[in-house]
Ligand binder design. Structure first.
Ligand SMILES: [Ca+2]
Ligand SMILES: [Ca+2]
Ligand SMILES: [Ca+2]
Ligand SMILES: [Ca+2]
Length: 252
């Protein structure tokens, strides 16, 4: 019976989906989703590489309060321990969160560094804003203006990876930086949240584009987020316009 067959396939697909997809952590309730790539395919495929939940780059979120922009990153990959994720005797490291506000993703001018060790995949050398392959590879957590990226990762298409040159604009502290773990279904996920004032971004127009990107040192999985964001002033104007419309309607 064809209908039953379709129903069985649908139920099977539902089972597959629920078995490999867990959803956002509750810490992100009320946030706007910037990127959703949660899910693990057969054999642990996370596109373009493998590794299962431990290598699943899951979500990017954002929230705007006044002139403050908050960005959240959620992954199955360990983004809170300094040394990243180990697999089969190898260590894999987490990259910096790349940000662009000018609508041109060919260059990411800003980065959020979560203060973890960042090493290249083939060179196994540390990557630091002090310069490529110098320093400790552990930059202070915060928002940076970036001058160069190091893309020494296995899957080149997942670039950019780690900031190799730049200067700090906003240091992380107890009020603007938060990290933790949570369970989503049966899956363990990790998160980092960083907030900063948009006055640190030069040349923001009245409406701006938010592009964000993240990957790990193998590049097995990556996140790409894109949003057109109206600045608070234009939201206020929209609200005023709407109120004006309501008042005008009441007068009729
Ligand atoms: Ca997942
Ligand atoms: Ca993914
Ligand atoms: Ca750009
Ligand atoms: Ca770094």
């Amino acid at each position: 019976m064809k209908t039953l067959g379709n129903l069985t396939s649908a139920l099977f697909l539902l089972f597959i989906a629920s078995a490999s997809f867990a959803g956002p952590l509750t810490v992100f309730n009320g946030w706007t989703t910037l990127a959703n790539d949660d899910g693990v395919g057969s054999g642990g495929w996370v596109n373009p590489g493998y590794g299962g939940q431990n290598f699943d780059a899951e979500y990017l979120f954002y929230k705007i309060q006044g002139n403050q922009l908050s960005i959240g990153l959620q992954t199955g990959f360990d983004i809170i321990s300094q040394n990243g994720q180990s697999f089969s005797g190898h260590q894999y490291f987490n990259g910096d969160l790349a940000l662009s506000f000018d609508g041109n993703k060919s260059n990411y001018e800003y980065a959020i560094d979560f203060g973890n060790l960042t090493k290249g995949y083939t060179s196994n050398q540390t990557i630091s804003s002090q310069g490529v392959n110098t320093g400790t590879g552990i930059d202070a957590a915060g928002l940076y203006k970036v001058t160069s990226w190091n893309n020494d990762i296995y899957y080149g298409q997942s670039a950019p990876y780690g900031m190799s040159g730049g200067s700090m604009l906003v240091a992380a502290n107890a009020s603007n930086f938060k990290e933790g773990t949570g369970m989503s279904g049966a899956d363990l996920s990790f998160y980092n949240i960083f907030s900063f004032d948009l006055s640190n971004i030069t040349g923001l127009g009245s409406n701006y584009t938010l592009d964000a990107h993240w990957t790990m040192s193998c590049g097995n999985d990556a996140l790409d987020g894109h949003a057109e964001v109206p600045e608070p002033g234009s939201i206020a104007l929209l609200v005023l316009g709407f109120l004006g419309l309501l008042i005008a309607r009441r007068k009729i």
